[in-house]
Design a protein around this ligand. Structure first.
Ligand SMILES: Cc1ncc(COP(=O)(O)O)c(C=O)c1O
Length: 438
């Protein structure tokens, strides 16, 4: 293993990174095990973010590592266009079991962004297949993040993400976001205020006419824009309005899927079933890139009515890659056999209490959490949005904890295999960081 510093850092154009600042003061990780990373100087760093929300079972999980090693020696690659390999089918059955057979089929991608664009394309093609080709409009939500493909960017609602890359898809509209610090600050779980914001969908239906709308896509809990928890009853009401108007409802569970809310999926937590669900990240415990779109049976079946031939003209070279399938099958086994969700559930209240112990620290204007995800919103420095949280991120890493920041919000989403000592360490060190922030 190469644990030495790179000879040069100039050629790698880093994603979503302040490249110049990073390269002046790099943070280099060289190994990982369980709840900890090790940096290039040999320091341990507690992983407060499960990598990028994607390592629920902890790092270097032996079962997953072994499954991938075995597969790479057995079947390094196999196409899934007009071909197949057993692990892709086994995984699909395993995933149907894991979702309690609420979905009928799964389509593989390599990332969350691809899962989102796949789901949007499926929604359009589904309506066309049924003779409702006029349903081409897609509805997203402000402050939604759905990855970086043109479909995901278009339905997403992050100004910075959108402004450089236009024009985006036409015929897209957005629901308002539900974040309301005046009414909902310091909520635990779902906030009380805001269910009526779901009725904005009725307004969009009136404006555009239901016959033009294919699908609504939202994150049940917005992750990347700062842990925005839906108001009580909000998702249920959205579901009702979609049903009333024949609009497909897509939950983007790239972050919330695979245990983040201490249930298998957010749809289980909220008791609301979408027609399609996009996933990635925790699906393979982050070990091999993979995404997946889950669809209700009726969506898949609409495509099977077509004359014989390729039913969905879509796919990726690496859809159902053998290594990703091996990692995902092993991840499902680990979830089931090692009680990952039970562990998370048992720690939910302890985690929430630890979070709310930060109340009253300098600059903290909101604390919110659901399952094992937490948002800490800081008062921005006047004229320098994001600077305060970025400084917290850098100080935290120097103190041995990995946190994630978006704007002036700190997001925490540790691996679900943590224990109380890890929670104490994470929030203890974070409190020190916050006390010493400018
Ligand atoms: C809700 C959601 N959708 C889609 C994506 C995009 O996933 P990826 O980065 O794997 O393309 C993300 C990534 O964070 C996400 O949080």
């Amino acid at each position: 293993m190469n644990e030495s510093k790179p000879k040069s850092m100039s050629s790698f154009w880093m994603p979503f990174t302040n490249n110049r600042d990073f390269k002046a003061n790099p943070r280099l990780l060289v190994s990982a095990d369980g709840m900890y990373y090790k940096d290039v100087d040999g320091n341990s760093v507690l992983d407060g973010t499960a990598g990028l929300w994607c390592v629920p079972c902890g790092h270097a999980q032996p079962r997953i590592t072994q499954a991938v090693s075995e597969m790479v020696g057995q079947l390094d690659f196999a196409p899934t266009f007009q071909m197949g390999h057993p692990a892709a089918f086994d995984l699909a059955e395993g995933l149907m079991d894991y979702t309690g057979h609420k979905f009928g089929h799964v389509f593989y991608t390599n990332s969350g962004s691809e899962a989102v664009d796949t789901a949007l394309k499926m929604a359009l093609a589904y309506h066309k297949a049924r003779g409702e080709g006029g349903r081409t409009r897609l509805i997203g939500r402000e402050r939604g993040y759905h990855g970086v493909g043109f479909g995901g960017l278009s339905v997403g609602g992050i100004g910075n993400n959108r402004k450089s890359f236009g024009p985006l898809l036409p015929g897209v509209d957005h629901l308002p976001h539900t974040h309301n610090l005046l009414k909902n600050a310091f909520s635990r779980g779902e906030p009380d205020f805001g269910v009526e914001l779901a009725d904005e969908l009725e307004r969009l239906v009136t404006l555009h006419d239901a016959s033009t709308i294919a699908a609504v896509i939202i994150e049940p809990v917005s992750g990347s824009t700062g842990v925005l928890v839906p108001p009580k009853g909000y998702l249920k009401r959205l579901r009702e309005i979609c049903d009333k108007h024949g609009i497909l409802l897509i939950f983007d569970e790239v972050i919330t899927g695979f245990g983040r809310l201490c249930t298998p999926f957010a749809s289980d937590y909220f008791g609301v079933e979408p027609d399609m669900m996009t996933t990635a990240k925790g699906l393979t415990n982050g070990v091999v890139p993979m995404g997946a779109v889950f669809t209700k049976r009726f969506i898949h079946d609409a495509f099977m009515e077509a004359p014989a031939g390729i039913e969905l003209f879509h796919g990726y070279t690496y859809s159902g890659h053998p290594l990703a399938c091996a990692a995902a099958i092993a991840t499902l086994e680990v979830f089931r056999e090692q009680g990952i969700i039970d562990n998370a559930k048992a720690l939910q209240t302890y985690f929430e209490d630890a979070l709310h112990s930060l109340r009253g620290l300098p600059h903290v204007i909101d604390l919110r959490s659901i399952g094992l995800v937490a948002g800490i919103e800081l008062e921005p420095i006047a004229g320098k949005p994001g600077a305060r949280a970025y400084s917290a991120f850098k100080k935290a890493f120097a103190d041995g904890i990995l946190i994630r920041v978006t704007g002036d919000i700190i997001a925490l989403s540790p691996p679900l295999v943590l224990n109380k000592q890890h929670i104490d360490e994470l929030f203890g060190k974070l409190a020190t960081v916050l006390k010493n922030l400018d």
